[in-house]
Design a protein around this ligand. Structure first.
Ligand code: NAD
Length: 344
């Protein structure tokens, strides 16, 4: 089999205080009229940037929400037009990055992003948008943010629950890259190092949320995991997350956290190379290690805790089995339903 590895062009700045380089980066991009998009959690960072940019900060939009609804994008587009913005800066998790991509898709403006979670959207050329309740995904190299600024300081006050679920969301990208049929030496290296960083640092950071070295390891692991998401097709785990999340309107990262150990247990017997790497990293049974992490917080632990009805599982299993993503373990409807029942 011939596999293809493509490298996406983006400029990445990393390190504590990297946010202070943003005005200079915008100069590099030739930006004179900047729209700053931030989620409420990133308000202080946005205030700081607006002050540093002075007259170059011509508009601010604080309304980014999950799943990138087109109505919100239209409001933000009005802000771009009214202010005649020539660049977009986004600060926040995948929701803010998604809105930035949606604006770029419609305007072609340069996009600098400062991620504050571990979702990884900042390094993917993928945009999921919701219109009339239906989420549609598109992929286009032009959607990739041109500049990514990873400043660990923006993650130090992340609540423990979000830290866990967002890091497990990242881990899912790395794990699925390891068992992908079209993995390459590059994706294997990125995914292995990502899993090592995430699984190594998570227990430390959950214990000491302001541990800067641990936070930096999580952020680096998330970057590598996002790069895997961008370069290698994802399997059953992401397909289930997509199908369940869309059908029952579930929160993105907590859903990944409920599912991942179950999918790992289902797939690893059919993915010996991934099993070997993950076993070495976790020092034992990888599914048990991930399940222990997922059980270490007060958030939802089972699909039923997320509000998924028992009688809704069969339809999801049928849908997933009818259009399966490439996956090492079985994806026939009974096998998927059994997995879903375990997770329920
Ligand atoms: P999010 O951006 O929706 O953030 C979740 C919540 O956490 C929000 O209330 C946000 O304000 C808050 N928050 C963010 N960072 C924080 C911080 N450092 N401290 C405190 N609070 C903080 O969640 P997410 O999981 O990052 O992103 C989910 C969205 O991103 C979904 O729409 C998902 O589909 C999309 N996504 C897309 C891709 C892609 O490649 N296109 C990849 C991953 C996720």
């Amino acid at each position: 089999m011939v596999v293809v590895h493509e490298t996406s062009p983006s400029r990445v700045l990393l390190g504590a205080g990297a946010r202070h380089a943003v005005p200079e980066e915008l100069t590099r991009l030739g930006a004179d009229r900047v729209l700053v998009v931030a989620t409420r959690s990133a308000g202080t960072t946005a205030d700081e940037l607006v002050a540093a940019l002075g007259e170059r900060a011509v508009a601010r939009f604080d309304g980014a929400v999950v799943h990138t609804p087109v109505e919100v994008t239209e409001q933000a587009l009005s802000a771009v037009a009214d202010a005649e913005a020539d660049a977009v800066v986004t600060i926040g998790g995948g929701s803010a990055v998604g809105l930035g991509k949606a604006l770029v898709a419609r305007t072609g403006l340069p996009h600098l992003t400062m991620p504050t979670t571990y979702a990884g959207s900042e390094v993917t050329p993928v945009l999921g948008e919701t219109k009339d309740g239906v989420k549609q995904t598109r992929r286009d190299p032009a959607l990739l943010p041109g500049t990514v600024v990873y400043d660990v300081d923006l993650t130090l006050t992340m609540p423990v629950d979000l830290t866990l679920t967002s890091a497990v969301n990242a881990l899912a990208h790395a794990v699925e890259a390891l068992w992908a049929a079209t993995s390459t030496p590059v994706s294997d290296a990125l995914a292995t190092e990502s899993a090592r960083l995430l699984l190594g640092a998570l227990p430390v950071v959950l214990e000491a949320p302001r541990d800067a070295a641990g936070r930096e390891a999580l952020q680096h692991g998330a970057w590598l995991a996002g790069t895997c998401l961008a370069t290698v097709p994802m399997g059953l785990h992401h397909q289930l997350a997509h199908a369940l999340g869309g059908t029952f309107d579930l929160p993105h990262a907590p859903l990944h956290t409920v599912l991942l150990a179950h999918v790992v247990r289902h797939n690893l017997p059919f993915a010996p190379a991934a099993d070997e790497r993950l076993t070495a990293i976790s020092g034992g049974d990888p599914a048990a290690a991930i399940a222990a992490l997922a059980a270490s917080y007060d958030g939802p632990r089972r699909l039923r805790d997320l509000g998924v009805p028992d009688d809704g599982l069969a339809e999801v299993a049928d849908r997933v089995a009818a259009a399966p993503y490439p996956n090492p373990g079985p994806v026939d409807a009974p096998a998927v339903l059994a997995l879903l029942h375990d997770a329920w």
